[in-house]
Design a binder for this molecule. Structure first.
Ligand SMILES: NC(=O)C1=CN([C@@H]2O[C@H](COP(=O)(O)OP(=O)(O)OC[C@H]3O[C@@H](n4cnc5c(N)ncnc54)[C@H](O)[C@@H]3O)[C@@H](O)[C@H]2O)C=CC1
Ligand SMILES: NCC(=O)COP(=O)(O)O
Length: 367
């Protein structure tokens, strides 16, 4: 139907977006030697396929082998969860019998790294070309990528590089099964050695991360007046310089400046890093009015230990700042349990659910 404002204007009508259209998601199988294929086959159930057009990408032969193997060993209840990959659209990146023979369940290798690298590369290219609205990635092993000659700290950096984005962030989102409260944790620094953290952190890096976070909370989660808690670096946030001076010398002055730049946001901190997680811990199980909308952690384990303690089975890693949606479960390749039918697909289900929610939100924002 022609929109009223354009009726008889003589101008070709703009296409009217179908806000009920299903998001088009491409789901990578990750490292074929790990639990990626298993959690994907557990996650892509009928319920999610009713909400999104889901396409798998990876080596089809290996995926089939995993499916058949799991059917023979898993319990009847666990087998019922598995989706036959033949029932889904599949982009087959067959890398050949020789490579496939080199991929051993439970062992990351150059061959498994090359396959998972090519898988993500192709998923990104196709998404940038407009074939998909978002990518959900199963876990890869960074060491397997390196063994295959691909030097990246993780999938995030390949996504950012191919999307030609310099400002991006690693945000973890976990919804409490008890009350629906969302724990959102952005990491200021990610995959770097602990000893380099203090020198890598700077007010300009923090400004980039805070801007990304505030923008994402508004656009993706509809939070226009977000309450954000920012972690300190040192024990007791430095105890006024006695236990480390980063808070006193630049973090607190930076925060005061940011409060002026973002008067609509409540920016608390630098919160002593141990007590920062008390309120989210309480909010996860009970009342959450005192908790913040998001937490800005300064380094990987400062943010991810609490996330994984509370929500290892359901937290989702999402890359913010990209021109498309990318989500991933919070767990890794779990080589120790690969091929045994023991992998829990809940975090992968949460990753697909969040991708659907974020795609819908982006579509709604555009119109
Ligand atoms: N998004 C990604 O691509 C991620 C990749 N990794 C990579 O994964 C590799 C292994 O990392 P780890 O630190 O060992 O962490 P991990 O998450 O793979 O495993 C930690 C422990 O949790 C268990 N576990 C993990 N996922 C599970 C699931 N879905 N169901 C049941 N048990 C599960 C494992 O058996 C293991 O005991 C590394 O190379 C790491 O870099 C780690 C996290 C995320
Ligand atoms: N600890 C998070 C993680 O390893 C995920 O990294 P990425 O592969 O999503 O960059």
């Amino acid at each position: 139907m022609t929109p009223i404002s354009q009726a008889n204007s003589g101008v070709a009508p703009l296409p009217v977006a179908d806000l009920t259209a299903k998001p088009r998601l491409v789901v990578t199988l990750g490292d074929a030697a790990g639990i990626g294929p298993e959690v994907v086959l557990r996650a892509v159930n009928q319920r999610l396929r009713q909400q999104a057009e889901i396409t798998l990408i990876g080596d089809r032969t290996l995926c089939h082998q995993t499916y058949e193997q799991l059917r023979t060993i898993a319990s009847a209840e666990s087998t019922a969860e598995l989706t036959d990959p033949d029932t889904l659209p599949f982009i087959d990146l067959a890398i050949g019998a020789e490579w496939n023979r080199a991929i051993q369940t439970g062992v990351g290798s150059a061959a498994s790294g090359e396959l998972s690298f090519r898988t993500l590369q192709t998923a990104i290219s196709k998404t940038l070309a407009g074939e998909f609205d978002g990518i959900v990635t199963a876990p890869i092993a960074k060491s397997a990528w390196l063994a295959a000659g691909h030097r990246y700290p993780g999938q995030t950096e390949l996504l950012a590089e191919m999307a030609e984005v310099a400002r991006f962030g690693m945000l973890f989102v976990a919804r409490s099964p008890h009350n629906g409260w969302a724990l959102r944790t952005l990491l200021a620094t990610t995959h770097i050695p602990l000893r380099t953290v203090a020198d890598t952190l700077s007010s300009s890096l923090m400004t980039v991360k805070l801007e990304l976070l505030i923008d994402c909370l508004k656009k993706d989660f509809g939070l226009r007046q977000p309450r954000i808690a920012i972690a300190g670096l040192n024990p007791h946030s430095g105890e006024q310089g006695q236990l480390g001076d980063e808070e006193k010398s630049w973090l607190l002055p930076w925060l005061i400046q940011q409060r002026q730049r973002f008067p609509q946001a409540q920016l608390d901190g630098p919160v002593p890093p141990d007590t920062l997680w008390v309120r989210p811990g309480q909010a996860w199980h009970g009342a959450h009015s005192a908790a913040h909308d998001a937490y800005l952690a300064l380094y990987h384990d400062q943010g991810l230990i609490p996330v994984k303690l509370l929500a290892f089975d359901r937290a989702v890693n999402t890359t913010i700042g990209l021109p498309f949606i990318r989500t991933s479960p919070d767990h890794g390749t779990a080589f120790d349990i690969a091929g045994q039918g023991l992998a829990d697909g809940t975090s992968m289900i949460a990753a697909i659910e969040l991708a659907i929610e974020l795609c819908r939100q982006r579509l709604a924002n555009r119109h």
